[in-house]
Design a protein. Structure first.
Length: 210
């Protein structure tokens, strides 16, 4: 019972942003986050998640603090309990063309546009999304502090990981299933040995391991 009360208390603390907006009349509140800004290869993926006002508590956390099996389980639970989920992606060609920050903003905008319902307010991790015609609040470390953003971080991360698993089958020399495109030692060694493949970001500097 004590554990359940603690879980509910943490849930209510992370829901403070949504609850304030709900109480002020903004019922459709979307949390926005991305995955894949740092990798040397593959797309950046953003997700938008809207929960119903009377959503039941369950344990969400920043996707980076969860194990793969935990994220996968929560991914299904979020899809089941959310009112709406939208996903946006920008591939490596767009990243190279407009830079990773602008590609991230574009993916976030696409995630919002992909929602089957239009949000009345947006809570976004990190920085505000430029030129968004919806009221928004940027929350630093929002994936740790805000329930909807934490959910969006999980959806974005799982979606991107699955894309990189598919790329691993297409380009097995690079071990994308292991590192998901991030600049690990094994990844850099593969690039040094085989050169870049079509999904590597040409605009990202890849340092040699010597």
């Amino acid at each position: 019972m004590k554990s359940k009360k603690l879980s509910e208390s943490l849930f209510l603390k992370k829901l403070k942003w949504e609850r304030k907006l709900w109480n002020n009349g903004s019922i459709l509140v979307a949390g926005i986050d991305e995955a894949g800004r740092g990798p040397l290869a593959g797309p950046v993926v953003a997700a938008a998640v809207i929960f119903p006002k009377k959503t039941k508590p369950f344990n969400l956390n920043d996707s980076k603090k969860l194990k793969t099996n935990q994220r996968e389980k929560l991914y299904d639970e979020i899809l089941d309990k959310a009112l709406a989920v939208g996903i946006g992606t920008c591939n490596e060609k767009i990243i190279d063309e407009i830079n990773i920050l602008q590609a991230t903003y574009r993916a976030m905008t696409e995630a919002i546009a992909a929602l089957p319902i239009i949000p009345e307010y947006v809570l976004v991790d990190g920085r505000e999304i430029p030129h968004l015609n919806i009221e928004q609040t940027a929350i630093v470390k929002g994936d740790e502090k805000c329930y909807s953003i934490a959910a969006a971080s999980i959806i974005a991360k799982v979606t991107r990981d699955r894309l990189m698993m598919a790329f691993d089958r297409k380009y097995p020399n690079y071990l994308f299933a292991r590192h998901k495109g991030y600049p690990t030692r094994k990844h850099k060694e593969a690039i040094n040995k085989y050169g870049a493949c079509p999904i590597h970001r040409a605009s990202f500097k890849i340092k040699s391991n010597g």
